[in-house]
Design a protein around this ligand. Structure first.
Ligand code: CU
Length: 945
């Protein structure tokens, strides 16, 4: 145990692991390229401290005595094939369509209209022994939740109601410690530093001179994961006042920190503590910062009744905590619930389907057994942490969860029955992208994360290929995205529409499923991994392939935090025995560069199977049987839908024109940065070392006769090069009651380099490589010639989310292998979360800023990124002279090419993206920093011709 930490020190669990476990983790993560392994998994695998080298070179985990895979009898070794017959962690039960009972569950419902003036009580608790739908099937869970249940209660309110909430924080004191200001990532130190720490008794901060403070006293909007017990409440997607209401109650106030009572007590007891320095500030007259409140807070969400929105638009929204530093930990451990605003769209649909404008939507009604179902889908791969819990880890759901249930449940439908599903992608980490679809047959996920289907004839589960899955897809109709009803121009005016997703890119080939491309090297064709890599490369070959990869019929592509409202009609041809269908949240392997890197490593090492990728989630099984309902044409509901209110009509060019008439209001926002593992090797210039000796071991460390830059503890993710500060003076400021066109760029970009140990510079340390900002095509060409030239830094698609106002998205542009941009958004639509494609991908949208002045935020909805500072404060100001939009002579139009848009909104070059991702400013006034403090340049790549 080289890094034994006291239980009260907040350091990532990785840092407290024995060295050999860290090595296993690193090897696993890097070589698999996809699937992180938690300490808990290692315990389950029986690897803790015993089998450090066992995973080396293996893509699927090798057999270990006592491990799940060991019991299943799979072969071990670096080139192990997946087992022929599927094995399951929990064997699924075949569903008999004719007799299966309904087992679907949903959270209880709170309607403000039934409790006039009453507060919904949301108590934040930590459970030792959760109840039946709490534990995600994990019988010893420790979870944060609202009142012991996850998801929290479903709120159904009308568009002009007030939602009263009392939030109580019943958690114990914050025991953690957090480095503020400059500090290195403790998992990414040089061997020399590791040795020094071990020699010093294992306390890293006795060697690293970081400013470490105790969480109970932070009182700061510090960037990084900290203060797991501080909470608050965010209404995601609501057009509602940010901050406080005029009477002092809270509205959508994410700057508020509701601290536990015990934190306040500790501040009183330890007022003289040097780590609690701010208490001694003469201007500090209480034990609380201005943004803090103790134990509880009263919220009043008053929607509608504004000039722009007399009635709030109806839709599927949600609520979750948003306290900077603990957002990931709390949301991913199950603190989330649906917040549904019901309005004219729902009345029209309910009346058409049931004859009743306001039926109980948890029951079946009318000729088509019409009902709604809510599906909160969550799979957590970054374990939530709580310094108060054993191992500092919350027992998060190890399995995917659907409405809190670890196992898929059964929904019963009659043939021809029609249902509306409100689906929330509650996965909030980097592997949380999903493709929502319904498949014929009963599908399950085996232990290798492969899809299998029940074959009634042989009574066995059979593997399904990607082609077979495409062929099993059932027709879906989409009503809304991110809560807002889809719309398009018809007969000269905007009309709400219900879209038949069977027509979405119908008949297009699927590059990831088709035949192996003809240029696939013969040697690669020999293994599943090699064939998969060829298909993956082919997906980015040109604009057509990119489009056909991302836009598929009968599915909805969902980033973390996106919602989709879809209709499903059970097929009317189910025989007397009935038929089973599966609602699936299919994994997405094109959301990050991890899969490609994993396949490259497997290929280089002769591993046959491709990496497993993000988990597949079976949402539920549909048992369809009984007397058929009458025929029904779902698209005919379009005629029933009400008119589109002005607030939701697309933003016109003339709304963007500045009052002076001198141009259009525009803005560019740039996301950038890498995870600490993906940080490239950057050699530190001697001049910086000479002038900043105080930063040794904080920013840079001695290694191999040179100096290397240490990846920062808070990762390098940033927006416009800056990390979050609620008072950031450079915040975007929009003028009240205007509109702007925004362009988002994602400068998180892949890097390539030589990973051959022989060829490394003397300063090379651990997994950090001298890395080059080159195109995917150039990198792939070099990899084909020499497999030690690989992706060394992986980028990810960041899901951009803005509070308070939705935006009208006109383009989502994905770069092909040469970096050329291609739009993959078939129809413009309103969203409140949009993924910005990595590698300098681009999004174009327009947004209005009516009704509310004040500050609010936009941020990455990979909540670890947000906690690490990938969040930006924004302001809507009533004063025209304070707005800081950029005037441009022109704005985008539907016919423009990607190149024309780049002329209007210059796109970062690869070199600029490298520099941006390698650096950030943390503008917090107390603990700010400029990282790294010198200009970084991508190293030149030697010409190999
Ligand atoms: Cu992100």
């Amino acid at each position: 145990m080289s890094r034994k930490q006291s239980r009260s020190t907040r350091i990532t669990p990785e840092a407290t692991e024995p060295r050999e476990v860290r090595e296993v983790r690193e090897v696993w993560v890097r070589e698999d390229g996809q699937r992180g392994v938690g300490r808990r998994d290692l315990l389950q695998l029986g690897l803790l401290g015993t089998a450090a080298g066992a995973l080396r070179g293996a893509a699927p985990a090798p057999a270990q005595p006592g491990s799940r895979r060991g019991r299943s009898g799979a072969a071990a070794g670096p080139t192990a094939r997946p087992p022929i017959s599927p094995q399951f962690v929990v064997p699924p039960t075949p569903v008999d369509a004719a007799s299966a009972p309904e087992t679907w569950i949903e959270p209880w419902v709170w309607k403000p209209s039934l409790w006039p003036g009453q507060q919904l009580q949301l108590n934040v608790v930590e459970n030792e022994v959760p109840g039946p739908i709490v534990g995600f099937g994990n019988d010893s869970s420790v979870l944060f939740s609202y009142g012991g249940i996850t998801p929290g209660p479903t709120i159904r309110m009308k568009g002009d109601e007030i939602l009263f909430v009392k939030l109580r924080n019943l958690l114990g004191e914050d025991l953690g410690k957090t480095p503020v200001g400059p500090a290195p990532d403790l998992n990414e130190l040089t061997p020399e530093l590791d040795a020094a720490i071990e020699k010093a008794g294992g306390d890293p901060y006795s060697v690293i001179p970081a400013d470490v403070r105790e969480d109970f006293c932070l009182g700061e909007h510090t960037n990084g994961q900290h203060s797991a017990h501080v909470s608050n409440l965010h209404t995601h997607g609501l057009h509602v006042r940010p901050g406080r209401n005029p009477d002092g109650t809270h509205s959508d106030n994410v700057i508020l920190r509701v601290i536990p009572q015990r934190d306040l007590e500790r501040r009183r007891r330890r007022a003289g503590d040097p780590t609690c320095e701010w208490l001694r500030d003469p201007e500090q007259t209480t034990f609380l910062r201005d943004d803090e409140q103790v134990g509880e807070a009263n919220y009043e969400f008053r929607i509608g009744n504004t000039p722009a929105t007399p009635m709030h638009p109806p839709g599927t929204f949600w609520y979750h905590p948003h306290s900077h530093g603990s957002t990931h930990n709390q949301v991913s451990s199950g603190m989330a619930g649906f917040l549904l605003v019901e309005g004219d769209v729902d009345v029209a649909i309910n009346r058409a389907m049931t004859g009743d404008p306001d039926p109980d939507l948890e029951q079946k009604h009318g000729e088509w057994d019409y009902r709604e179902r809510l599906m909160l889908v969550q799979a957590v791969l970054n374990t939530p942490k709580d310094p108060d819990a054993e191992n500092e880890e919350l027992r998060s759901p190890p399995n995917p969860a659907i409405n809190g249930s670890a196992l898929p449940r059964v929904m019963t439908m009659r043939p021809g029955a029609v249902e509306r599903w409100r689906v929330l992608n509650g996965s909030v980490d980097g592997r949380g992208y999903r493709r929502l679809m319904v498949l014929a047959g009963q599908y399950a996920v085996d232990e290798d994360n492969e899809l299998v289907r029940w074959d009634a004839a042989t009574k066995t589960w059979q593997r399904r290929t990607r082609e077979q899955v495409e062929g099993d897809k059932q027709q879906l109709w989409q009503l809304a995205f991110d809560g807002i009803t889809l719309m398009e121009e018809r007969g000269g005016e905007m009309r709400y529409v219900i879209r038949d997703l069977a027509r979405q890119n119908a008949g297009a080939p699927f590059p990831l499923a088709g035949p192996v491309p003809s240029d696939c090297p013969a040697k690669w064709r020999e293994t599943a991994n090699g064939r998969e890599l060829c298909r993956y490369e082919n997906a980015y070959r040109n604009g057509e392939n990119v489009y056909d990869t991302y836009v598929r019929p009968n599915e909805v592509y969902m980033a973390p935090a996106n919602r989709a409202d879809v209709f499903f009609q059970a097929p009317r041809d189910a025989g007397s025995d009935g038929e089973v269908y599966t609602v699936l949240a299919h994994k997405v392997i094109v959301h990050a560069d991890n899969p490609e890197q994993g396949m490259q490593k497997n290929l280089a090492q002769g591993v046959e199977a491709p990496p497993q990728g993000p988990v597949q989630i079976v949402i539920g099984w549909l048992a369809v049987s009984g007397d058929p309902c009458p025929p029904f044409d779902i698209e005919s509901l379009t005629a029933e839908l009400p008119p589109v209110p002005d607030y939701l009509k697309p933003v016109r060019d003339d709304e963007l024109r500045a009052a002076s008439g001198s141009g259009f209001r525009t803005r560019v926002i740039e996301y950038s940065g890498w995870g600490s593992q993906d940080y490239p090797l950057i050699e530190v210039p001697q001049s910086f070392v000479d002038t900043h000796p105080e930063l040794e071991n904080l920013r840079y460390a001695r290694h191999g006769g040179g100096w290397v830059l240490l990846p920062a503890a808070i990762r390098s993710m940033a927006i416009d090069g800056r990390k979050f500060d609620p008072t950031d003076p450079e915040r975007p400021r929009m003028e009240l009651d205007t509109a702007e066109e925004w362009v988002l760029y994602n400068s998180s970009t892949m890097l390539w380099g030589d990973v051959d140990p022989e060829d490394q510079p003397p300063t090379r340390f651990k997994g950090h490589y001298r890395s080059h900002a080159i195109s995917r095509a150039e990198g792939q060409r070099r990899f084909r010639r020499d497999t030690s030239f690989q992706i060394t830094s992986r980028a990810v698609d960041h899901p951009f989310h803005i509070h308070q106002n939705p935006f009208w998205v006109t383009r989502i542009e994905v770069p092909d292998e040469n970096g050329e941009l291609h739009n993959v958004l078939p129809h413009p639509r309103w969203q409140d979360v949009v993924w910005i494609p990595r590698n300098r991908g681009r999004v174009v949208f327009r947004s209005r800023f009516p009704d509310y002045v004040g500050t609010f935020v936009e941020h990455c909805h990979l909540l670890l990124h947000e906690d690490n500072g990938m969040m930006q404060v924004l302001e809507i100001t009533p004063f025209a002279d304070q707005a800081n939009y950029v005037l441009r002579p022109r704005v985008t139009s539907p016919g423009m090419s990607a190149e024309q848009i780049s002329e209007l909104y210059p796109r970062p070059t690869r070199e600029q993206a490298y520099r941006r991702s390698a650096s950030f400013v943390d503008p917090n006034h107390a603990t700010g920093q400029v990282y790294p403090g010198f200009e970084v340049e991508p190293p030149p790549l030697e010409d190999d011709e």
